[in-house]
Design a protein around this ligand. Structure first.
Ligand code: PRP
Length: 176
């Protein structure tokens, strides 16, 4: 069986979503400084673009790495956390967690639990993609770019066995 990449979300669509999300975030925080926590690796491109569209002051950017997929196209169910997040970075701060995709919800729920251990003033979630068909753990997404069907999505930070993160748009991997 061979695989092909089918366009799902264009670079222009992503650019429009970034504008909309940044506007919503700016309205809600109303000038209150934000700590942006980005989930590596997948969200690195989205977060880099989003923080340059937000005008809300960003007091710091933190990176945590979570991994659940292994090398296949299905989540392994085990979320590994690699984080050196200092509690002082989060305590009493308004935190915006930036994800590329919420799939089963396990990674995001793990990240939110990790952040809440450090007593933030608030935690909100911004995710570029939502794939509700595969949800196992409930997750509330405060700022969402796109809801997608049950496709394996790659590009714009999302990988397939570590490849394709550099693509400017998002594609579905389909078997032929
Ligand atoms: C992907 C994606 C999300 C998570 C979503 O990361 O970047 O963080 O899975 O899946 P879930 O809702 O089922 O937990 P992955 O584990 O592939 O690591 P990566 O970001 O380093 O590619």
């Amino acid at each position: 069986m061979t695989s092909k990449l089918v366009p799902l979300i264009s670079e222009a669509d992503i650019a429009r979503a970034l504008q909309t999300l940044a506007k919503e975030i700016d309205q809600d925080y109303d000038g209150k400084p934000l700590v942006v926590v980005t989930v590596l690796k997948g969200a690195f491109i989205f977060a880099a673009d989003l923080i340059r569209k937000i005008t809300t002051p960003i007091s710091r950017v933190e990176l945590i790495r979570l991994s659940s997929y292994g090398s296949g196209t299905n989540s392994s169910g085990q979320v590994k956390i690699f984080s050196d997040l200092a509690p002082e970075a989060i305590i009493r701060q308004h935190v915006l967690l930036v994800e590329d995709i919420v799939d089963t919800g396990r990674s995001t729920a793990t990240a939110i639990a990790l952040l809440k251990q450090h007593h933030p003033a608030s935690v909100k979630l911004c995710s570029l993609l939502d794939k509700p068909a595969r949800r196992i753990v409930p997750v509330e997404i405060d700022y969402l770019g796109f809801t997608i069907e049950d496709h394996f999505a790659i590009g714009y930070g999302l990988d397939w066995d570590e490849r394709y993160r550099e693509l400017s748009g998002i594609y579905a991997v389909e078997e032929e």
